[in-house]
Design a protein around this ligand. Structure first.
Ligand SMILES: [Zn+2]
Ligand SMILES: [Zn+2]
Length: 397
């Protein structure tokens, strides 16, 4: 009887049922990590109903053995010390191979009492946490293995093994490693984070890591119309049933067509939305100027110009040596590219150096006057667009 149970399990199954079960349980784990651990616990981007939050804690205990406080603290430290020697998992500092293959080990090493005390504030510390979840980490995992064997027999162990490697592979390896190494950048945030893919399904939306590092407190990780974040889909669904409340979803700013003055309201909106403003600068000013120069250049210069668009837009603190030599070459070769590059740096300086609202406004005004006088059409058009930024109107009840 017991041997029969071990061989076949309680329910009649076929291979598709096993595949479906594996995909569903691993997806629930991914949703628990991205919605509960990441967006709710570490970043406070949304509130969760206590019952749903506890379901996620329980699920993470049986499928990963990870503790909420440990995960929250290490992740907050990652944002606070990104790409420095203090960063618990930076492929830029430690090498991609190490993070990809030893990501979980890095997590274990990083979970020191100091880190937990410094970055883990607000994590659950109730009776179940103290006496069960963090005290008997392995018990949950054994419970999951037993359930799988009861349901599916011997093959349940294989399903369990897949569950066990899912988070170490995707969250610790792919996101923490590749998400800071390969992919595209929508925004020039101050670290090396990249969007691995525009469709965040397999890793719950965490694929959009550059968007996340740019707006870490946003509950929504997709940003462009063609990007998809399945974690956000779940959050909206939970919201419909009163199980979640979103606190933030990115920068607060809007555009008012026809607005032609640069006032304090516009200055605040630009400051809030500065990453998007800079990505508009890359699209509207840098790209067309590089294209025009490319049309006029000789073969040798064209080779360098192919790399110029990204190099001229790249956040200065993460410019590589190769990108720096591209910049040096093109600003020497073209007066127009030198001007638009200098204007880009000067615009960054306006908000980096601001001490108060008046300084921000006068800095922006001075920048706009210079840009308008530059004689470069794309820059003048950019200034016109800048003036249309505004803060959202207060809601009338
Ligand atoms: Zn990161
Ligand atoms: Zn984060």
């Amino acid at each position: 009887m017991l041997l029969d149970l071990l061989a076949e399990g309680l329910v009649p199954w076929n291979v598709w049922a096993i595949v479906a079960y594996t995909l569903i349980v691993t997806h629930i784990t991914i949703v628990s990590v991205t919605v509960f651990l990441h967006r709710h616990s570490a970043h406070r981007a949304l509130e969760l109903h206590p019952a749903l939050a506890h379901f996620f804690r329980f699920w993470l205990w049986i499928t990963t053995g990870m503790g909420t406080k440990e995960w929250t603290a290490i992740h907050r430290k990652h944002h606070a010390t990104c790409e420095t020697a203090e960063d618990p998992h930076s492929p830029q500092v430690m090498g991609l191979g190490k993070i990809f293959w030893k990501g979980v080990e890095m997590y274990r090493l990083a979970g020191t009492p100091e880190t937990l005390a410094r970055y883990g504030a607000g994590s659950p510390d109730d009776w179940v946490e103290r006496n069960l979840y963090s005290k008997h980490t392995w018990l949950g995992i054994i419970l999951m293995a037993t359930t799988n064997v009861l349901l599916f027999g011997g093959i349940g162990i294989t399903i369990w093994a897949i569950q066990m490697v899912w988070i170490p592979l995707f969250a610790a390896g792919v996101i923490n490693g590749i998400g800071h190494f390969w992919g595209y950048r929508n925004y020039e945030c101050g670290d090396a984070a990249r969007n691995i893919l525009p469709w965040g399904i397999l890793i719950g939306g965490e694929e959009l890591h550059n968007n996340h590092h740019t707006y870490p407190n946003s509950a929504k990780l997709s940003s462009k119309p063609w990007e998809f974040d399945i974690g956000w889909f779940w959050i909206r669904l939970f919201e419909t049933f009163g199980l979640a409340r979103v606190r933030s979803k990115g920068p607060v700013a809007r555009r008012v067509e026809g607005k032609a003055s640069l006032d304090l309201d516009t200055a605040w909106a630009i400051l809030n939305d500065r990453f998007r403003v800079m990505s508009r600068y890359a699209e509207q000013v840098i790209t067309p100027s590089v294209r025009t120069e490319y049309g006029k250049a000789d073969a040798a210069t064209r080779r360098v110009l192919r790399r110029a668009r990204k190099a001229l837009a790249r956040e200065s603190s993460i410019v590589t040596q190769r990108q720096q030599s591209t910049i040096d070459y093109v600003v020497k070769a073209s007066h127009e590219l030198r001007l638009i590059y200098e204007h880009r740096l000067a615009l960054n300086e306006v908000w980096a150096k601001r001490a108060n609202a008046e300084e921000l406004l006068s800095g922006l005004r001075a920048w706009c006057v210079k840009a308008e006088q530059s004689g470069i059409h794309a820059l003048q058009e950019f200034v016109t667009e800048l003036k249309t930024y505004a803060m959202p109107a207060p809601r009338t009840a």
